[in-house]
Write a protein that binds this ligand. Sequence first.
Ligand code: RFL
Ligand code: PHB
Length: 438
Amino acid sequence: MSRTQVAIIGAGPSGLLLSQLLDSQGIDNIVLERQSREHVIGRIRAGVLEQGTVDLLLEAGVGGRMQHEGLIHDGFSIGFEDRAFRIDLRALTGKAVTVYGQTEITKDLIDARAAAGNPPAFEVGDISLHDFELDRPIVRYFHGGRSHEIACDFIAGCDGYHGISRKSVPSAALRTFERTYPFGWLGILADVPPASHELVYSNHARGFALCSMRSPRRSRYYVQCASDEKLEAWPDERFWDELVSRLPADIARTVVAGPSIEKSIAPLRSFVVEPMQFGKLFLVGDAAHIVPPTGAKGLNLAVSDVRALYRALSAHYRTGRSEGLHRYSEQCLRRVWKAVRFSWWFTSVMHKFSDEPIAHRLQLAELDYLAGSHAALASLAENYVGLPEPRLCPTLMAADHHPALTRRAAKLTPTRRVRRPDRNADRLSHPPIRWETG
Ligand code: RFL
Ligand code: PHB
């Protein structure tokens, strides 16, 4: 039996980034991945990074290429009824987002892990987790033609929604919350210039569409499709025709069609498990929560979990203090639920749910209100760029949920800990609403 401090299950962005950060603190770890390296770096997923995600990638020493190739976006547009309005993220929040593909982040992390002499073990079979409710967890698996056993201090379950980590916890110990949406996203990647220099989210009577990108020469587009849709039913021509039909005319005219280099369908769901910790097993990223991609939150939430676990483990090994580990689930879930709410709301406003005419009219009214209300735009923008990290003061955390405690907290909490207004608040000025078309 071999030994490590932290056994990490899954080499997606969560597992790889956690491994990289722990290594930087001299914390021994091993990453076990079910799929091959080629499969992992071939998956096309997220594209929009919050500043907090960018900062943690830089802290981990894997941000060089992202800084060079990532595109800073100060805003995005929402189309409806053949017109579009811009959400000026910079003016509304003082912040921007970075467009840089998850595929590239994964490549950068795998290269960094290899350069550090601790690459993930790919194509690992039959992983099973044992004794994690006790002091000495054990991970068993099959790799390189033989079985292995590792004793560790902690297990990080970074193995996504379909992984084994969450399923290893007795079901009575967990509570799950789930909503599946009656549609999916059909996405294509193509080496053609993007239709617009910023992202465009479009509400249309035929269904949702999104114009995104990976670089000035590579576009990523999505259209809402039925959840049981078959890829074979979507030759490239049909995709481009459908996309163009769902965009405001001025944007549709700028779409450059070309052969797809990837095409896939993703189901949409909201899912949360509580708590995110069971004994020495910590659930991280998609293993603990899934959001529909509309709000571009999934990867960013995963990185927030990694940040919290990395800091808690570092403190544990450095000082022997474990408060951060005990608070991990509570701290992460506060952020998770806000992102679940935002992603659900944005999904609800932008997608076609039924043929009921009133449903579409209500969406149009909401979008018209959004376009004309500074308060509503500011709320959308602050959620999109990423909410600040939840505060760590336990008294205030409880008080936030229980008004009765707020009064007590006000008495007990030193004034310097009391919530201060956001330092960007004075930068909020009503931006001009720019109608790009119509
Ligand atoms: P992942 O990426 O699913 O990685 C989990 C890894 O675990 C492996 N695994 C196992 N390994 C060992 N043993 C087992 N039994 C295992 N079972 C599974 C898997 O092979 C895999 O390598 O989870 P992670 O690391 O938590 O990362 C989460 C993100 O991938 C995900 O949240 C985002 O991609 C979501 N997402 C977006 N997030 C954003 O922040 N911004 C976006 O713009 C954005 N766009 C998207 C998205 C997700 C999409 N899809 C595919 C639903 C766009 C789309 C279309
Ligand atoms: C993407 O580029 O893949 C992307 C962008 C924004 C989203 C979801 C996906 O909300």
